[in-house]
Design a protein around this ligand. Structure first.
Ligand SMILES: [Zn+2]
Length: 462
């Protein structure tokens, strides 16, 4: 089906126009006898005027035997309906609409060409079948080559090329034949400055949209990189769009928002820079403080070490002095003891000398004779001196042995009795000498034996 046909005399006629665009009545071509030979502008095959089942829509249908390749013959009813609705919207906006208008050189064929009073053209394409981005871009460029704007319109649910070329998605409400029942639901946005984002507009009818586009209230706008998340009205849903129809006011608002955002980002960057600098300064101060603290500790530690070394040396010196003092005292004591011993030895020797002075050799022999006799009577053994020395260890007396056993000591000096071994028997001449011995309290009287010998040598005269 198509809305246009070629009249053999009048040329191009349009079924969507009251006078078919040529001052001709519908009844002049519909079911006339004889039949007027109308042909398809696309393939040249014969067509005939027709009414839809409810007689609402006038169109042309290919005669039997049509070419299977004619675009117009295979276009769907939906496609035709949308074209007709677009034409109606254009005409309401005060522009004329030419359906299925081919380029003079055949490079394009507009579904609906809007033409202003002063001859300006804008193509409206109803695109319902799938098309690649490359193909739709190429077809758009062909219009641009002829300085003609184009808007692609789809009533499909999913329109993948909405951001590839200037385009909108539309949806009809019942009845779909009235243009004002068609609403634009994608491809038109407004900028909400407060939210800082684009919001899809879904309350504009197709005729309103077409009028706004034709009077240049709307332009196709490449959305700023940061604003491509488009909010759907009345929900939190988000879609991504890089291109949209919009008003200059919204475009200005986006630019203003972007400028404001950049100012805020610059301010934020400046704040962060200041914060970083402040932090760096704080760290530097902290590092300096730490360095000073380390230095202080180092100095303190060195000082403590020095003091410790001084104290150690002092203690060492004190200890050395003490040790020397002790050594000196010890030597002094030894010296004193040595003096005392020598003095004692001297006293004892002097005393022993006096003790022995009064004893002549004869008297000693006499005494020895008695002691020997005593040893013989007691042990049947002669007690003999080991030497003639009067030894200190025997208190400067004469030690007598019977064999290897000490028998006793003859005439020990009373001054040195403490040198004698315990229980040593002592032999003296008489009671006087015994008294001298026992008077010291150092010797038990039982151990002292005397022989009542006279103190003085008996003269030969007696
Ligand atoms: Zn055809």
């Amino acid at each position: 089906m198509s809305f246009t046909a070629l009249h053999p005399e009048l040329g191009r006629i349009d079924a969507t126009l009251i006078d078919l665009g040529q001052g001709l009545e519908w009844e002049g071509i519909y079911r006339t006898r004889p039949r007027i030979r109308l042909t398809c502008p696309e393939c040249g095959h014969g067509v005939h005027a027709k009414l839809s089942p409810r007689r609402r829509t006038r169109y042309f249908a290919h005669d039997p035997g049509r070419s299977p390749h004619c675009h117009l013959s295979v276009e769907s009813a939906d496609h035709h309906l949308l074209k007709r609705v677009l034409a109606e919207a254009i005409r309401r906006a005060g522009w004329s609409a030419e359906l299925e208008l081919p380029a003079p050189d055949g490079s394009w064929r507009a579904d609906v060409m809007a033409i202003s009073a002063d001859g300006e053209q804008m193509a409206w394409e109803a695109q319902l079948s799938p098309i690649t981005d490359g193909d739709i871009q190429m077809r758009t460029n062909r219009y641009y080559d002829d300085d003609i704007d184009v808007c692609w319109v789809s009533s499909r649910d999913r329109v993948p090329w909405l951001c590839t070329v200037p385009a909108i998605a539309v949806a009809p409400a019942d009845p779909p034949t009235a243009a004002e029942r068609w609403m634009v639901h994608d491809g038109l946005t407004r900028f909400d400055y407060k939210c800082g984002s684009w919001i899809q507009v879904d309350d504009v009818t197709l005729p309103t949209f077409v009028r706004w586009v034709l009077d240049r209230s709307l332009t196709i706008h490449p959305i700023g990189r940061r604003y491509r998340r488009i909010r759907l009205p009345g929900s939190n849903a988000i879609i991504r769009r890089s291109v949209s129809w919009s008003t200059q006011r919204s475009i200005d608002a986006e630019a203003k928002h972007e400028a404001m955002r950049q100012r805020q980002e610059a301010a934020k960057a400046a704040r962060e820079k200041r914060a970083r600098e402040a932090e760096e300064h704080r760290k530097q101060v902290e590092r300096e403080r730490q360095r000073q603290e380390d230095e202080r500790r180092r100095v303190e530690s060195e000082k403590r070490h020095r003091e410790f070394m001084i104290e150690s040396k002092r203690r060492q010196a004190a200890w050395e002095a003490q040790r020397r003092e002790q050594e000196r005292k010890r030597q002094e004591q030894e010296r004193q003891e040595e003096l005392a011993r020598r003095e004692r030895d001297h006293r004892e020797q002097t005393a022993a000398q006096q003790w022995w002075e009064g004893v002549s050799a004869a008297q000693l022999a006499e005494l020895m004779g008695h002691v020997t006799a005593l040893s013989i009577s007691e042990h049947a053994s002669r007690a003999l001196p080991r030497s003639d020395e009067r030894e200190r260890e025997y208190a400067y007396g004469l030690a007598l042995y019977t064999g290897r056993r000490l028998f006793g000591v003859v005439m020990p000096c009373p001054h040195s009795l403490d040198r004698l071994p315990n229980s040593t028997r002592i032999f003296v001449r008489n009671a006087r000498e015994k008294a001298c011995i026992t008077a010291t309290g150092l010797v038990n009287a039982d151990l002292v034996t005397h022989f009542d010998l006279p103190d003085h040598e008996q003269t030969s005269l007696l």
